[in-house]
Write a protein that binds this ligand. Structure first.
Ligand code: ARG
Length: 469
């Protein structure tokens, strides 16, 4: 294919050594401005700090610095008001802003790029941007955790069946189930705050790859930008995208958790379970079946998990086998990161809004816990307390359950005489043990499902949350 001519001359920023203009298609193909303009405000933030530092070390004089700073402020206003004219010809957010600065303040604008490269600039922008976004995500995690803890506290006495293999296993309290969700999200929160530490390191000063010959002071720039420290190695600083991968890994695990919660919400709202009610504002109807109320929000969150996993694999593959230092490949880091952020924020907002509105259908949960012989283990534990070996007790209870199934009644519905056919150890006190209330109350240790334990665990979770935020 012969190069298609462009109407423009070579790119001003780097066209000096070129003999012909860039192919028009290549210009569009290599441009990133359509998506990286999302970094604009953070690009300006980085430039303000860079110019301030350059003046402090004497590379710019104060007049030059002031012209640059007020020019950048003006550009920030143009962007915020939606007046800035983005040009694909200027390739990316960095060169768009720099060109506009020179338009506005003349040749002094061309001094801003002294001692830096787009390679350290873009790495800095993404980190500044992601750091702000992480703080928003952390706020949403806090809101979701608070909602789960409050609901768990309210539902500490509500009995429901607990499941293994999705078969009724033992009774648990709904509050206990909600605190299990809270534990998952608390770990995600911890992972996010840990990831933030590695985001908060400053690449600026690495320049293209080897550092710069100007007498820059990277500690000053780092402090101005609120970074923990300057990145240790210039080659690593411009090529490292671990932090984006880590964030996406955090997001993948979070979405995996939200998808599990979603799955349970979908099951529980079905007519077959009917354990909870989700308010109409979180559901939609069917255009053909008038009776339908569909749990679209949890379904959609469950579905969105897939795209976030995709972004994680995408970013890992993007970085695989890349030689040091910067490569153009890295331009592909932004869209998956942005989409991961948008997806995570949307899913968390939906969940944090929805959780406090979950209404437990207590009678339905209780009724379901009464079926499926959920207190069979309690009967076995009772026999052990009376002196049976656990394996023998297990066999005795197995026979009792088989009898119950044949006679279509729950263990608690059998007469004392019926129960005693299976073991002489069984006495009248067995009926306290076979109730659902007795069963959950007996699991009265840290991490257990007893209502008192759930209330205590909710309080600990509240304290932990207050300590971490
Ligand atoms: N748009 C580029 C990116 O996102 C900015 C850095 C470009 N550096 C370069 N040497 N071409 O990665």
């Amino acid at each position: 294919m012969s190069p298609s001519p462009t109407s423009n001359s070579t790119n001003q920023s780097w066209g000096g050594r070129f003999n012909e203009p860039t192919d028009a298609f290549v210009e569009r193909f290599t441009a990133s401005v359509d998506f990286d303009r999302r970094l604009a405000i953070h690009d300006i933030q980085g430039s303000v700090a860079h110019a301030t530092m350059l003046a402090r070390v004497g590379v710019l004089d104060e007049e030059e610095r002031d012209a640059i700073l007020s020019g950048l402020e003006g550009i920030r206003g143009e962007i915020e008001r939606g007046e800035f004219e983005w040009s694909v010809r200027l390739e990316d957010v960095h060169m768009n802003i720099e060109a506009r600065l020179t338009d506005k303040i003349g040749i002094t604008g061309k001094k801003l790029h002294t001692g830096r490269s787009r390679n350290d600039q873009v790495a800095t922008d993404i980190r500044l941007f992601l750091r702000d976004e992480i703080d928003i995500v952390a706020g949403e995690l806090t809101r979701l955790r608070r909602g789960l803890i409050d609901l768990a506290d309210r539902e500490a006495d509500t009995i429901m069946p607990g499941f293994t293999h999705l078969q009724t296993a033992q009774p648990v309290t709904f509050g206990h189930h909600l605190l299990a969700w809270q534990e998952m999200i608390a770990r995600d929160h911890e992972r996010l705050l840990d990831c933030r530490k590695r985001v908060n390191v400053m690449p600026l000063g690495a320049a293209a790859l080897a550092g710069t010959t100007y007498p820059i002071d990277r500690h000053v720039t780092a402090e101005l930008l609120g970074f923990e420290r300057p990145a240790e190695n210039s080659l690593d600083a411009v090529s490292d995208r671990d932090f984006a991968i880590e964030f996406t890994a955090f997001a993948s695990i979070l979405l995996m958790h939200l998808s599990r919660m979603s799955e349970e919400l979908v099951l529980w709202t079905s007519a077959q379970f009917d354990f909870i009610d989700l308010p109409d504002r979180f559901c939609t109807g069917s255009s053909i079946m008038p009776q339908k109320k569909n749990p679209d929000v949890p379904e959609l969150v469950r579905g969105k998990t897939g795209r976030v996993y995709g972004h994680l694999i995408g970013l890992l593959t993007l970085m695989k086998s890349q030689p040091l230092a910067y490569n153009k490949d890295n331009q592909e880091d932004k869209e998956p990161l942005f989409d991961t952020l948008d997806t995570v924020k949307g899913c968390l907002r939906a969940f944090a809004d929805m959780v406090p509105a979950i209404e437990a259908r207590k009678e339905r949960m209780y009724e379901a816990a009464q079926g499926g012989f959920s207190t069979a283990t309690d009967l076995a534990d009772y026999l052990v307390r009376k002196g049976a070996a656990f394996r023998d007790a297990h066999a005795i209870v197995g026979q009792s359950v088989a009898y119950s199934i044949r006679h279509r009644k729950d263990l608690s519905e059998m007469t004392l005489e019926e129960l005693q056919q299976f073991s002489a150890l069984i006495g009248r006190d067995i009926f306290d043990v076979l109730t659902l209330e007795g069963s959950v109350a007996a699991r009265n240790h840290i991490g257990g499902t007893a209502p008192d334990q759930v209330r205590a665990a909710a309080q600990r979770a509240r304290d932990a949350l207050a300590g971490s935020t």
